[in-house]
Design a protein around this ligand. Structure first.
Ligand code: F6P
Length: 538
């Protein structure tokens, strides 16, 4: 058996042991547990003590990380090697947020000077829009920005905007991702074209949804202001020529390189809308926070490394205990889009079933991720979390100081997140419930029926991430924490976290089906598909 497979076997054995004990009991047998499983990194506090692993299991997990070559892979990753083997590319989002004057190289080619120049150009452009130096063609300053993009060209910027937008904003951002015409209509409704900047973001500048919405927005501008309104178009793309051909003035096309993956691109010029809406200093603060997490990930020993430990905790649940779904619940309304962001980050990166060598993977890969903002979730899916038949590990994210509003409400919010994590951990025994019902004088038969229904099994794991404030730097660090956690998991699962072939089949079939819906010749399909096309044709 290879070293890595032996390490996996030890992890399986450790997890088997975890099935026979309760997490809460570990706090008694391991007095140092909380201290050992808590750490701070780049302004975030992480508590992994409510995870099912014992401290001995943690050692086994760290051994897996060593045997799986996490440190070597991390060096290749930061060194700009072609870690995205199927596309022959590096994945160097860390270069985008590194301090100015850094020395990142993509497959040997220096990229930091170009990154620094782009950051300066973005800051300059954002400043011009915000100061009113750059206006719409009728001389009005921009009050609205419509950001058009999907997937990685949408989730990150939308999340950053929602998390950090000022009240009230000087320039309001509106996002259009879905090809559903309703989203563009809702976004454009009530906007004054003369005061609206349209930013089209697409790495490829060919994505069907984005190009459809870009045409809609361009037509909307042109209808109101004539073709000169193309001056109010901005593009962000790794295919700048295609963007220019679309009508975007050359000096308003912002490029980025193919070593920036879509779901890792918010740090690049893809974040231009945020720099405009929030100000370049805020955007730089976001980058600085992510860079601090990069530095931590690169330099901290594995046993004190936040992304590594979070990945290992998730792997213990996913692989050791067979938990195929996990939840992410930010107790911060401004982070309500974090679960959507993580769905793409984790499921597009690590939803793979073969290795870069084309062999089936030896271990289960990404868990499905879902979530929403607390406390709303307590009135939605938390029933299942507490009493369902499956155990769903949760990541709780909480922010000590409210961004705005009532301190008393913030305290209630924090009380709830702490209580939910505690309730999941300790549960409530049937004996306790029976005693309470008996004290209320319920008849024995009723107690027999009710008590099991009101019992909470507990022993349901959670991770807790605490931010003092939701400021640009801590937000950047939080997103980078999850990026690197996803990377570590991909290394241990032996997959390429940076490609996404699984999105291609649906795209190409949609083109074929569209031809048929538009009246083209019928193709060969299964009977169900043929019937649907027949119903929706024309
Ligand atoms: O979902 C597939 C995908 O390629 C993502 O990886 C990417 O973020 C998204 O489509 C959008 O792609 P583009 O930026 O090229 O329009």
């Amino acid at each position: 058996m290879s070293g890595i497979e032996a390490a996996w076997s030890r992890l399986d054995a450790a997890a088997a042991g975890a099935r026979d004990r309760r997490i809460a009991g570990l706090f008694e047998t391991e007095p140092q547990r909380l201290a050992h499983l808590s750490l701070s990194a780049a302004g975030l506090d992480l508590d992994l003590s409510k995870q099912p692993w014992s401290l001995a299991d943690l050692e086994v997990s760290l051994e897996l990380a060593r045997a799986g070559g996490v440190e070597e892979a991390r060096a290749r990753f930061f060194g700009g090697e072609a870690v995205n083997a199927s596309e022959g590319r590096a994945a160097l989002h860390m270069a985008l947020r590194a301090p100015k004057g850094s020395d990142f190289k993509s497959q040997g080619e220096a990229v930091s000077p170009e990154v620094d120049a782009m950051r300066a150009r973005m800051a300059n452009f954002a400043g011009s829009v915000r100061s009113g130096k750059l206006t719409g063609i009728s001389g009005k300053p921009f009050r609205s920005l419509v950001h058009i993009g999907i997937g990685g060209s949408d989730f990150g910027p939308r999340l950053v905007w929602e998390a950090l937008r000022p009240l009230p904003p000087q320039i309001e951002l509106h996002f259009v991702a879905n090809v559903d015409p309703a989203e563009a209509a809702l976004a454009l409704e009530g906007l004054d074209p003369a005061e609206t900047l349209v930013v089209v973001v697409s790495k490829t500048f060919t994505t069907q949804e984005t190009m459809t919405n870009a045409v809609t927005a361009r037509d909307w501008l042109r209808k109101a202001l004539g073709t000169k309104a193309d001056a109010q178009l901005v593009a962000v793309s790794a295919a700048p020529d295609v963007a220019h051909a679309f009508g975007v003035p050359e000096d308003q096309v912002f490029g980025f390189r193919d070593w920036v993956g879509g779901r890792y691109s918010v740090w690049s010029s893809v974040g231009l809308s945020c720099a405009i809406g929030l100000g370049a200093e805020v955007f730089e603060g976001l980058l600085a926070g992510a860079a601090a997490m990069d530095d931590h990930f690169l330099t901290a020993p594995l046993k004190a490394n936040a992304p590594v430990l979070l990945a290992l905790a998730h792997i213990f649940n996913r692989n050791g205990l067979g938990r195929s779904v996990r939840a992410v619940v930010p107790y911060a309304q401004r982070l309500h889009l974090l679960p959507n962001f993580l769905q793409q980050l984790e499921m597009e990166s690590n939803g793979k079933r073969v290795t870069p060598q084309g062999q089936p993977v030896a271990h289960a890969t990404a868990a499905a991720v879902f979530g929403d903002a607390g406390t709303n979730v307590q009135h939605a899916f938390f029933q299942l979390m507490h009493q369902g038949t499956d155990v769903v590990p949760v990541d709780f994210i909480a922010v000590r100081e409210a961004s705005e509003g009532d301190r008393a409400a913030q305290r209630i919010l924090l009380a709830n997140v702490i209580a939910q994590a505690e309730a999941l951990l300790v549960g409530r025994t049937e004996a306790d419930v029976r005693a309470e019902l008996a004290a209320k004088g319920l008849p024995a038969a009723e107690i027999d029926t009710l008590a099991p229904q009101r019992t909470f099994p507990g022993d349901r794991p959670s991770a807790f991430i605490l931010l003092d404030r939701l400021d640009p730097a801590r937000l950047g660090a939080l997103l980078a924490l999850y990026e690197h956690k996803t990377f570590v998991e991909g290394v241990l699962w032996g997959i390429n976290s940076f490609d996404q072939w699984g999105v291609e089949l649906g795209k190409s079939l949609a083109s074929r089906v569209l031809g048929e819906l538009e009246g083209g010749p019928a193709g060969l399909h299964d009977p169900s598909t043929t019937a649907l096309i027949a119903k929706l044709r024309g």
